[in-house]
Design a protein around this ligand. Structure first.
Ligand SMILES: *Cc1c(COP(=O)(O)O)cnc(C)c1O
Length: 343
């Protein structure tokens, strides 16, 4: 048995999800003729109280399309220094949109409205035009940290007062929502555009959604085509997305409790210096100098546990739909056998 904790993207479709995919009605979506994609997009926009949505192959694409549509070349995008859009999208902000980036130094990925205010450029021809603010909830590099809705509301107000657009990278928004009993509608109201991933904790094999106004999504559809993301009979994939939204949100709680249990197990290891607070399905911890993360990860891999480095002395583990209690028990047994641990 391989225990794969590298990411919540590693899940395979369940039998029921495959059945939903198998029986999907499809058509050519570039001609707007795929009924299942149309249904998924309508479901997503309704969920967030927005007018429209766009099904895309990846969360990188939904974020990059959003940035492209919101900005002009030479504009500046504000985000946290840990943001996915800045660190993990191949320099796409520069490549696709020709924008510069203002990085904020938040707390585990979360900055404040005051940080935003302090980083809006004055209206002066020397400076790039500050145009767009991006929030990532939950924050991946922050160890799955959840934003306070009140702070987001303050950031929203700052954006409105200063004529800035605001986009949510909600790749793992549902993890935050089940934990805080939050509502998608609140997020729809606080953001001009929202990106959610179906292929992370929700367990679909492929797909993300970009959600916004009708006019915005009309432009986004054009950019998706330019980026090569116009898909044909992709309703088979959208069917998995509909199934995921219907059946895989509540269960994210189980991922969170298993993540907390992993955190406890790791916290007992003598060479683990610090485990970041575990708020959702991501466990990030720092090793001391006696245990380089490379060696630690290699030892685990030799024993069928896959995890990723998050820096020289930092390791990330992510729980997901295919990691159950049987695997958790096996994980604990293997870790204890390999590394011992204080009690
Ligand atoms: C995974 C992820 C994305 C999108 O990644 P893709 O692999 O392109 O779907 C975007 N933002 C965050 C925070 C993510 O974790």
């Amino acid at each position: 048995m391989k225990i794969d904790l590298r990411s919540d993207t590693v899940t395979k479709p369940t039998r029921n999800m495959l059945e939903a995919m198998f029986s999907a009605e499809v058509g050519d979506d570039v001609f707007d003729e795929d009924p299942t994609i149309i249904a998924l997009e309508a479901k997503a926009s309704d969920l967030f109280g927005k007018e429209a949505a766009l099904f895309c192959p990846s969360g990188t694409m939904t974020n990059q399309i959003a940035i492209k549509v919101h900005t002009q070349p030479g504009d500046e995008v504000i985000c946290d220094e840990t943001a996915h859009i800045y660190n993990y999208e191949g320099g796409g902000i520069a490549f696709n949109s020709g924008c510069s980036v203002r990085l904020l130094h938040g707390d585990r990925g979360r900055y404040t409205a005051t940080d935003v205010v302090n980083n809006i450029n004055p209206d002066n021809i020397h400076h790039p035009v500050t145009n767009l603010v991006v929030v990532e909830n939950t924050s991946n590099r922050g160890g799955g940290s959840i934003w306070s809705l009140a702070e987001i509301a303050r950031i929203h107000d700052v954006c409105r007062e200063n004529g800035l657009k605001i986009h949510l990278d909600g790749a793992r928004l549902f993890n935050a929502l089940v934990e805080t009993k939050g509502s998608t509608n609140d997020f729809g109201q606080l953001f001009d555009t929202v990106s959610i991933c179906l292929s992370k904790g929700l367990g679909a094999p492929v797909g993300s959604l970009l959600i916004g106004s009708k006019d915005f999504i009309r432009q986004a559809r054009r950019v998706r085509k330019v980026f090569g993301g116009g898909m044909r009979q992709a309703g088979y994939l959208a069917a998995a997305g509909i199934y995921a939204l219907d059946h895989h949100i509540k269960r994210l709680k189980d991922d969170h409790s298993r993540a907390r249990q992993i955190g406890e197990i790791m916290g007992k290891l003598p060479f683990v210096e610090e485990v970041l607070p575990i708020e959702t399905n991501i466990v990030v911890f720092r090793l001391n100098d006696h245990m380089p993360s490379e060696a630690f990860i290699k030892t685990l891999a030799e024993n069928d546990i896959l995890v990723v480095a998050f820096g020289k002395q930092t390791v990330r583990m992510v729980t997901h739909l295919d990691f159950d209690d049987v695997q958790l028990e096996a994980f604990e047994g293997i870790v204890k056998r390999l590394f011992g641990g204080k009690n």
